[in-house]
Design a protein around this ligand. Structure first.
Ligand code: SF4
Length: 343
């Protein structure tokens, strides 16, 4: 184990003192010589941390590789965690409110007021606290206000989700060659009078903005995720999800621009998504992590400042199939960003 720290930190006038915890570390074998290993250490044979035949992963991890493998390496292999955004947890707490609404209102849509009340009950942000002064709302109150609006709009605009359907959340674990993918799917199930499933829709609720929705690249990750989840639904339910959609909760739902966007989940679309995941997992296991930069990707990348951004090739020439996306700018198939967005 290494214990390290930094005395000088940006924004501080004086050097920081070592922590009390560090000061209490005392043992004859602890060394502060940074140039040599402590005495008596024996080298063990190297051992892979993951089993070659079953790499546990999630879509969130794989999507980094499909955008830029070096980004995956920084985050997953080196364990560099990006700073926590101020509103971390906004999506989760909004999602919890929607789950609770479906639990509490299994047959009929709640009114906007009831939906907002449910949000008030469950709203929680891990890193932001309510304002101490009730007359001066802060980031917590602003975020809660926004979430109330989002959940109220959902209950108002999608009453049919409650009236004719049941929403279920399933955790799943599926095998795709050497990948063991875990995740959780939201399903909207339409039932007959005997509780048989007539139709299943995979819905991915997102709290991101639709800014960029006119760019085909915007849809790649969302399409891949819904298609993978449609595959998982097939496994957990034993039947195909007929439709898939991304529901962008923060957007207003209008006729010209609905905030629930259908994602292709035909067999071809789902197979293409699975092939992309398998392709990524094979390369991760081979240890191939080239840089695949582009202006748009690198600008938003958490590792921008420590990455040279010099384009590199993959070790082999196999290219995964195109992803099926909602038609955008006349494009309905596109390769993942590691190929379609590199400069
Ligand atoms: S800065 Fe660009 S090239 Fe580097 S890891 Fe991020 S996306 Fe990849």
């Amino acid at each position: 184990m290494y214990v390290t720290g930094s005395a000088n930190q940006p924004g501080l006038l004086r050097a920081k003192r070592p922590s009390n915890f560090k000061n209490r570390l005392a043992h004859g074998e602890i060394t502060t010589d940074r140039t040599a290993l402590p005495q008596g250490i024996s080298r063990l044979p190297e051992r892979r941390r993951i089993d070659d035949n079953s790499m546990p992963t999630s879509f969130t991890e794989i999507k980094d590789y499909l955008e830029c493998p070096t980004k995956y390496k920084f985050r997953k292999l080196y364990g560099f965690s990006p700073a926590v955004p101020e509103l971390f947890g906004f999506g989760l707490t909004t999602h919890t409110a929607i789950s609770k609404l479906h639990q509490d209102f299994p047959n009929q849509a709640p009114t906007r007021e009831k939906a907002e009340q449910t949000l008030e009950e469950v709203f929680h942000l891990k890193h932001v606290f309510p304002s101490a002064d009730p007359t001066r709302p802060g980031p917590f109150e602003n975020a809660r206000g926004r979430a109330k609006q989002v959940v109220g709009n959902y209950a108002n605009d999608y009453a049919a989700d409650f009236a004719h359907s049941r929403r279920m959340e399933y955790r799943f674990e599926i095998k795709a060659d050497r990948a063991l993918i875990t995740g959780s799917i939201d399903l909207l199930l339409r039932m007959d009078d005997h509780e048989n499933i007539i139709e299943a829709t995979v819905i991915d609720f997102k709290t991101m903005d639709m800014e960029g929705g006119n760019d085909p690249n915007f849809w790649i990750n969302m399409a891949l995720q819904v298609q993978m989840y449609a595959h998982a639904a097939n496994i957990v339910l034993g039947e195909n999800a007929k439709t898939g959609a991304v529901h962008l909760l923060k957007e207003r739902n209008t006729e010209e621009r609905p905030n629930r966007v259908e994602i292709p989940v035909t067999d071809d679309a789902v197979n293409a998504a699975i092939e992309n995941v398998k392709w990524a997992v094979e390369r991760i296991l081979q240890g191939d992590f080239p840089k695949r930069p582009s202006h748009s990707k690198c600008t938003d990348c958490d590792f921008n400042l420590i990455c040279s951004k010099t384009p590199e090739q993959f070790a082999d020439t196999t290219i995964p199939p195109e992803v099926h996306i909602p038609q955008t700018d006349s494009i309905s198939r596109i390769r993942v960003a590691a190929f379609s967005d590199v400069s």
